[in-house]
Design a protein around this ligand. Sequence first.
Ligand code: ADP
Ligand code: ADP
Length: 223
Amino acid sequence: DTIIEIKDLSKIYKNGAEVHALKSVNLTVSKGEFMSIIGPSGSGKSTLLHIIGILDTPSKGTILIDGKDVSKMSDSQRSRTRNEKLGFVFQYHHLLPDFSALENVMMPLLISGKSDKEAKNIAERLLKDVGLEDRLDHRPNQLSGGQCQRVAVARALANNPDIVIGDELTGNLDTKSSEMIYDLLRKLNSKYQQTFIIVTHDPKLAEKTDRIVRIVDGQIVSS
Ligand code: ADP
Ligand code: ADP
């Protein structure tokens, strides 16, 4: 079962000098894959991930998410697809500082219309999944960097997205915490069967995933 199909996709940035960030990329991702994108700095990893996450648009080519052509969607369809089908974790956790771990994970659930009780149940289960059941009431500044990223992972999974996207999500963590996060992602991927696409520049972390897509100079050189 295919969840993402990218055909002949190019991205050219045109502010000032033209930068060909992606050059005729083709990529098919199956449902439930645990995949990493690696490559040197400036090779186009983030650009590709942002296009998959419907945060940016291609200059040429197509991307189908769950069979639907993103370029043919209206703005409201795109944001609905982003909210319903995608979960994001970035390098910085972007947790709300004045709210507890539990409240941070409840937030997207409340926004999508769940009752307080339902949101609390789901958030508690996810925080248990990431090993933070004894930190529910802690605020971000009372948690370590690795713990904050685990809260961010739980939050990304809150609305049960089909695709979870991580951009250098362990970029600020030490090796041990980074490996722990990847082991955790593997566990979640097996449990919930969501598609995980993680950008990293660290080949050792990429080896923990099931499939490595390598980008050099805007082109996929191996997969
Ligand atoms: P990576 O994530 O592999 O480091 P990026 O996708 O961030 O690579 O960048 C690919 C290329 O596109 C780089 O040359 C970068 O400088 C350029 N680039 C990225 N974003 C922009 C932008 N918003 N405007 C202009 N150039 C950009
Ligand atoms: P990453 O660490 O994820 O590769 P970067 O640090 O390269 O990201 O880029 C951070 C932000 O700046 C991104 O939103 C990217 O689109 C933008 N950016 C990157 N390179 C350029 C550039 N040459 N010109 C303008 N914006 C850029």
